[in-house]
Write a protein that binds this ligand. Sequence first.
Ligand code: NFE
Length: 465
Amino acid sequence: MLEKKILFPFARIHNPMLVEAHLENGVIQDAFISDTLYRGFEQILEGRPAFDMPYYTQRICGICSSVHAVAAAYAVEQALGMNVPPNGLIQRNLIMGSDFLQNHIRHFYLMSMPDYFKGPDIYPFIPHLEGDLRLTPEEDQRMTEHYFQAIEISRDAHAAFGVFGGKAPHGHGIVPGGCTMHVDADKINRYRGYLVKILEFIDNVMIPDVEFLAERYPEYVHLGKGNGNFLSVGAFTQPDGSTLFPHGTVLNDRHQPFDDRLITEEVTTAWYKSTKPAHPWQGTTEPDKNQPQGYTWVKAPRYQGHALEVGPLARAVIAKEKIIGYGAIGRHWSRVMETKKITQAAMIWLERLVPGAETLNTKVQQESGMGIGYVDAMRGALGHWVKIEKGRVKHYQIITPSAWNFSSRDEAGTCSVGELSIRGLTIKHPELKEAGRVIRSFDPCFSCSVHLIDGKQLRTLDVRV
Ligand code: NFE
């Protein structure tokens, strides 16, 4: 029997996602995943002072603000020929590292875990999303305690962000040329204090919890895999030029270097004015809700024509690190392990900060130019492309990680890794809980694609979390 199910708004992700699943005899045959709000940032940025880009673009999102600041700063620095002092580079890594930590801890416990345990009869656990819950009452109780601890620990990660960023989210510390915060022993010690607490939580609570989850729900380690093609653009540039996360691609099981020129974006089935597939230097962002095949505001980024998976699992594959699976819990496992990697690196970065040394160099070589800023963000590959004329933005394009993972379909009909990952899933739960487990494992963020709301369509919704 054929059945069409629509879930909207899809809860426990960042912002409004609509999932339309086509089922036959309880198995998902196809799915369309739609971002229902429009992002107008490319237009908002045009004509504004290039030096303001880290501040403006951070407003794209509240959960991944620092990565936009860093990508924008890189792009402007490349365009104008600027050099960042080592203290500035390290400070950026510390700001961004703490942002990754708050994100991953929050995502694992607050967004994803409620798919696997019941919780007590209080908000936010009621009404309960019953079905296929495998924890004993004692284990459930333990997971509930960890859920509430995670709120405090992710707050500590935000406090660490504030040490060098001034505040979180949308910190004030990252600007073209470096960072604004004076480095002293007090700040280093405060940041280290938060890190010690976070690392203890990761070692004693979070890693055991993800391993426990993999043991209790073993099929989900593999269920929900993508197409096996991965991208990382690298992140956490260090003063010696190396990056903590390497960049690269895996296409048809072959590791290859990443080449920016092979990226295109197209809008065949997205609500934009029709254009040919184009590199972001040529790409435009002109909304057109009348596109006959349109079903989402997310464009279709492609690499040599391939839809790619991005995020912690992709980074682990590209870095040739241990993975336990390519499915939903495989992604969670890689994300959790990444928190440990970042925390350990941050301990070393702290030691390399030089109290009193310069953190910022605003000298430019020219007032016009073109620059690219790549950062592998919490959810994966993020790119900013800027053209600057006489200090002002002439052209800006952004491709976010969730645009890679949840793109619209392209001219050839190829769907995103996110849509592909739930095809073939057997659904028993009336609210597609099985698909929810898989979709959330990507840590989708549609707020990176959301900035103007159609006020006429606003309505109040009952949302089950
Ligand atoms: Ni809004 Fe973001 C990240 C960016 S989009 S969270 O990570 O860029 O997926």
